[in-house]
Design a protein around this ligand. Structure first.
Ligand code: FNR
Length: 376
């Protein structure tokens, strides 16, 4: 298997680029506007400087941590991504199974292409979370929450950085529709990626599991469905309607984090949606320590954006994150080779994390702290 030979996530990204049609790869790989937020998120990890201690006994390097009251194998969460069956026919099920095997949570998106029940069936022993976009039809939100709860999902991640669709210019230029259609524009592409198109055209038609959306451009679907008038009051309403743990994803300022902590959320995900929404918004890794300092004693703080390796995860945790969400990293693996590709990504993240904490001279992930790393 070629995915087994991948030495890092960048290798899997290259494999993904070869396997998937350009417009599908670009939907994952791209971001909003000039893509500066995405570039900065990745670049910030490049500015990490580690301060290793030497002559510490690092024979053991446990990676397990506790988040939201439960132990996970390493401080990694597979974040929500839409249309996952577009990247590979195995889709959400494959990602959930790989997460289950690796002992880390998986988050199903409102824009997912597999139902919550089917994800639960595919990975019954996994810790499956659900991500909500608040849609205009308020009863529909409650129905969606009930579906997630009935599927055993006990952590809700409410994403708040999409009042309106971001401008993903690669998608605009490709004329990407959901689902992708084989038109004159894509025929040439199809000729270059016959295996992907064969899989795509012979698998279950791509449909959203929780929202109605006619085949259309993504921004059109988003703006039709999502409610731009959502406020903190709505979050209080969700808090009262949801019995499980509640995380808010897409927080980009310290004052907003404080306001949310006051609402009683269980966690805050410092994120700018992987740079796919407001371009040039704050860089998550830089913002993280400020949010941790302001609310870290009241709520769990997570980092999201730009994580491509286990060393990145170590840096995020050292700077105060309870765990790091990953998006594109696992999608590259999925596009490159289905479930084994996602498993390869998780194996790489784990091996890189273990190696990093050993060389840092801290006796495992629990020993990571601000003295182990600073940003140049
Ligand atoms: C996303 N993201 C996302 N977030 C969310 O809350 N709901 C969603 O449906 C999606 N969909 C989605 C699709 C694709 C293709 C990508 C790449 C991302 C954002 C995602 O959860 C996460 O915030 C970013 O991916 C984090 O950045 P990295 O890890 O990709 O750099």
């Amino acid at each position: 298997e070629r995915v087994a030979a991948a030495a890092d996530v960048a290798d899997l990204r290259r494999l993904a680029r070869r396997r998937a049609p350009r417009m599908v790869f670009d939907y994952v790989d791209g971001a909003a506007e000039a893509e500066r937020s995405m570039a900065r998120a990745v670049e910030a990890f490049g500015r990490v400087e580690f301060s290793p201690r030497v002559l510490r006994d690092v024979a053991e390097a446990p990676t397990a941590v506790e988040i939201l009251g439960r132990r996970i194998a390493m401080p990694v969460v597979l974040g929500p991504t839409g249309f996952t069956r577009m990247m590979h026919r195995a889709g959400e099920r494959a990602v959930a199974r790989a997460a289950e095997r690796a002992g880390v949570p998986y988050t199903l998106s409102t824009m997912g292409t597999t139902t919550a029940a089917d994800v639960a069936k595919a990975a019954p022993g996994g810790w499956n979370w659900f991500q909500l976009y608040v849609v205009r039809d308020r009863d529909r939100n409650l129905e969606t929450l009930a579906m997630a709860r009935d599927a055993g999902m006990d952590v809700l991640v409410v994403t708040v950085d999409v009042p309106v669709a971001g401008a993903r210019l690669r998608d605009v230029r490709h004329g990407l529709t959901i689902p992708p259609s084989l038109r004159w524009r894509s025929v040439l592409q199809a000729a270059r990626h016959p295996a992907w198109w064969f899989d795509f055209l012979t698998s279950e038609p791509l449909r959203f599991a929780t929202v109605d959306g006619a085949p259309s451009d993504l921004a059109g679907i988003t703006n039709m469905l999502f409610d731009p008038s959502v406020t903190v009051r709505d979050l209080e309403w969700i808090r009262s309607a949801w019995q499980g743990r509640l995380l808010v994803k897409g927080v980009q300022r310290v004052d907003d984090a404080k306001e949310l902590a006051a609402v009683g959320v269980d966690g805050i995900v410092v994120s700018n949606h992987g740079g796919r929404q407001l371009d040039r918004s704050a860089t998550p890794l830089e913002l993280l320590p400020h949010v941790v300092e302001a609310v870290g004693d009241r709520t769990e703080v997570f980092l999201d954006g730009g994580v491509r390796s286990g060393a990145d995860v170590a840096a995020g945790v050292a700077l105060g994150a309870r765990a790091c969400f990953v998006g594109r990293a696992y999608l590259y693996g999925l596009m490159a080779g289905g479930e084994p590709g996602v498993t390869r990504v998780l194996d790489l993240l784990h091996a890189e994390l273990v190696r990093t904490v050993q060389m840092l001279g801290v006796g495992g992930v629990a020993g990571l702290g601000p003295d182990a790393v600073h940003l140049r």
